[in-house]
Design a protein around this ligand. Structure first.
Ligand SMILES: O=C(O)CCC(=O)C(=O)O
Ligand SMILES: [Fe+2]
Length: 273
C-alpha cells in the first residue's frame, strides 16, 4: 500500500478521507464466516437466520458467549442530549480509521509499560452522574474508572474500528461503553474460531460491559456498514490488580484513582487502546 495520507490513519488503517489517495492491494476480502447474534437474555449467540426468533423462542444452533452484559436505556433521551452537548463543547482530536476522540486518563505507553499521571486532570464533570449510576447498579457497584475515552464515528468519514483486544496490563477486567446517538454492532472474532463471528447489538443509550472471555479471547470491532449515523461511544476503563492495593504499582494506582475521582478533568491527547 503506497500512501500520502491527510488524516490520522497509520499503517494499514484507512478511512474515506485517505482511501481515494492510496492504492490498496487487490486482496480478497471475502471471508466466509458463520454469523451468530448475541442474546443478552440467555447469554448465548444464535445462528443468524432470516427467521431468527426473539428470546425465548430461539431456534437453530447456538454457542455460549460469556462476558457480555447489556443494560438498555442506561440514560434517558434528555440525559443523552445533555451528554452530547457537553461532549461537543470539548475539542475533538482526529484519530485512526475515520474516528475522532477525546481522552481523559493517564498517558500510557503500552509497549514500554510506562504511565504518566501528570497529564491527567480527572474524569470530566459530566461523567460523574454516569459513574454514580454504574455504582448504584448490581453489575458495577465496585467499578472505579480511571479513564474515559469518547469516540465519534460518522458514515461520512467511513469510521470503523479494526478487530482488537484492549490492553490488559493497565486496563482491568471490565470495559464499559455507553452508546449515544445511534445503534451499532460490535463484531467479535477469535483466532481460535476463525469461521465464526458474533454480533453484539449495541442500542442507542445502552451500556455494554465486556469482560471474561469476551474481553480476553474475542477481539471486538465495528464495521463500516454498522455506522449508519453519527455515533458517540463513551468507554470507561478500570485498573488491573497490579495497580490496586497490594499490587506492584499500588502507589501510582492510588494517585490515578484520586485524580479520576476529582471529576474536574480536561481532555488530553493520548492513545485510547
Ligand atoms: O466504539 C466502541 O464501542 C468500542 C471502542 C473500542 O473498542 C475502544 O476504544 O477500544
Ligand atoms: Fe476496544
Amino acid at each position: 500500500m503506497t500512501s500520502t495520507k491527510t488524516c490520522a490513519c497509520k499503517g494499514k488503517r484507512t478511512c474515506l478521507v485517505c482511501e481515494p489517495l492510496i492504492q490498496t492491494e487487490n486482496t480478497c476480502l471475502h471471508e466466509e464466516k458463520v454469523t451468530y447474534v448475541y442474546c443478552p437474555d440467555c447469554g448465548r449467540a444464535w445462528r443468524d437466520t432470516k427467521t431468527n426468533d426473539k428470546h425465548p423462542n430461539h431456534s437453530g444452533n447456538s454457542i455460549i458467549f460469556p462476558g457480555v452484559t447489556l443494560i438498555e436505556n442506561f440514560v434517558s433521551p434528555e440525559e443523552e442530549e445533555w451528554l452530547v452537548s457537553e461532549i461537543d463543547n470539548t475539542a475533538w482530536i482526529d484519530s485512526q480509521s475515520g474516528r475522532r476522540k477525546q481522552d481523559y486518563g493517564p498517558k500510557v505507553n503500552f509497549k514500554k509499560r510506562k504511565v504518566k499521571a501528570s497529564v491527567f486532570s480527572g474524569l470530566p464533570a459530566f461523567s460523574k452522574m454516569l459513574v454514580k449510576r454504574m455504582n448504584d447498579s448490581n453489575y458495577l457497584d465496585d467499578f472505579e474508572p480511571v479513564e474515559l475515552c469518547n469516540l465519534e464515528y460518522t458514515p461520512e468519514r467511513g469510521s470503523t474500528i479494526d478487530p482488537h483486544l484492549d490492553d490488559s496490563w493497565i486496563w482491568g477486567e471490565r470495559l464499559v461503553t455507553l452508546t449515544l446517538l445511534s445503534d451499532t454492532k460490535h463484531t467479535m472474532t477469535s483466532d481460535c474460531q476463525p469461521d465464526v463471528e458474533v454480533i453484539i447489538p449495541l442500542h442507542r443509550r445502552s451500556l455494554v460491559i465486556v469482560q471474561g472471555a469476551a474481553r480476553h479471547e474475542w477481539m471486538h470491532a465495528i464495521k463500516r456498514v454498522d455506522i449508519t449515523q453519527r455515533r458517540l461511544a463513551m468507554t470507561f476503563r478500570e485498573l488491573t490488580p497490579e495497580f490496586r492495593q497490594g499490587g506492584q504499582n499500588e502507589v501510582l494506582g492510588r494517585e490515578l484513582l484520586q485524580i479520576a475521582a476529582s471529576f474536574g478533568g480536561l481532555s488530553v491527547g493520548t492513545k485510547c487502546t
